[in-house]
Design a protein around this ligand. Structure first.
Ligand code: NAI
Length: 298
């Protein structure tokens, strides 16, 4: 089988100074992509800034014979997002792939979470992914080709104690991925999301020590690289990826219970049927989902 290459292609990887983003940037560059290595270079909670981590990744890519530029703009501001896209255009004259990976944590149990902690996390993950994709979109649309990979999380898909802000942002990214997948379809812009687990500075104090050797960022990057490739036709999907395993995650709807003009008590009395999962439906569009409701009306 031929190797999947990115010669002549340009990718932006946000938050690529370390951890997962660094690994994605190196993997894309190794296959010929020219890479904008974006990173604000702050702490896990998003405070502080430094160009050091991004510069180190660019140096490594160049040492390996690749091409890359440093960008230290903030994904969470419209000006920052525009500057990130502009740096791809200025340095390499085009843009093909956006990997929205930058992220921070401000974990706190819900009752103790401040508005500032909520806003800061939503701003980087959800708003940041929107802003960078939004700045990139006209360029991708004009050339009739583009790939966007968003970084969701099992914490968002399934919930995680102490991470209301982070979970909301990460599940928000699933909605963004699905809608942007639909809106990008005509222009051959495929949009997918990953929900990884990897040993990074973000998770090293949360994961068991034995995870370090197997839950590597490098074990997540092959999926990102595949989703970034021109040959990948999939769009609007979410994938669980960790330690060598890759799985599609899908939103399912149970078969449902139906009774016209039902009362509150009917709901109570039929709760078990309403909660039943099998045989579930997996609508991939709103049309398919409403189709299921329409069928129930017949
Ligand atoms: P990390 O902390 O090593 O990397 C995140 C990078 O994003 C940092 O280099 C940071 O400087 C950068 N960044 C933060 N705010 C930024 C901003 N406003 N603009 C530009 N860059 C910014 O963490 P890790 O683990 O590599 O996380 C990468 C992504 O993967 C995040 O979105 C995270 O939520 C997600 N993720 C990670 C998991 C894991 O197990 N490590 C699990 C699920 C999701």
């Amino acid at each position: 089988m031929s190797e999947l290459r990115f010669d002549g292609k340009v990718a932006i990887v946000t938050g690529a100074g370390q951890g997962l983003g660094r690994s994605h940037a190196l993997a894309l560059a190794e296959r010929g992509a020219k890479v904008v290595v974006n990173d604000l270079g702050g702490a896990v909670d998003g405070t502080g800034a430094s160009t050091g981590p991004a510069a180190d990744v660019v140096e490594l890519i160049k040492k390996n014979g690749g091409e890359a530029v440093v960008n230290a703009d903030n994904v969470a501001t419209p000006e920052g997002a525009k500057a990130i896209v502009q740096s791809a255009l200025d340095a390499f004259g085009r843009l093909d792939v956006v990997v929205n990976n930058a992220g921070i944590l401000r974990d706190k149990s819900f009752g103790k979470m401040t508005v500032e902690e909520w806003d800061a996390v939503i701003a980087v993950h959800l708003r940041g992914s929107f802003l960078v994709s939004h700045a990139a979109f006209p360029h991708l649309k004009e050339q009739g080709y583009g790939r966007i990979i968003n970084t969701s999380s099992p914490s968002g898909l399934f919930g995680s104690f102490g991470q209301a802000n982070y979970s909301a942002a990460k599940m928000g990214l699933v909605g963004l991925t699905k809608t942007l997948g639909l809106e990008g379809a005509r222009a051959n812009i495929k949009v997918n999301a990953i929900a990884p687990v990897a040993w990074t500075r973000m998770t090293e104090s949360l994961l068991p020590a034995e995870f370090e050797a197997r839950f590597t960022p490098e074990s997540v990057s092959p999926l990102v690289v595949y989703l970034a490739h021109e040959s990948c036709e999939t769009s609007g999907e979410v994938f669980s990826v960790a330690a060598g395993r890759v799985a599609r995650v899908f939103v399912a709807e149970g078969p449902g219970w139906k009774q016209e003009n039902h009362t509150v008590e009917d709901i109570r009395d039929n709760w078990e049927a309403i909660m039943t999962e099998q045989p579930y439906l997996t609508p991939t569009t709103l049309g398919q989902q409403s189709g299921a409701s329409m069928k129930a009306m017949l």
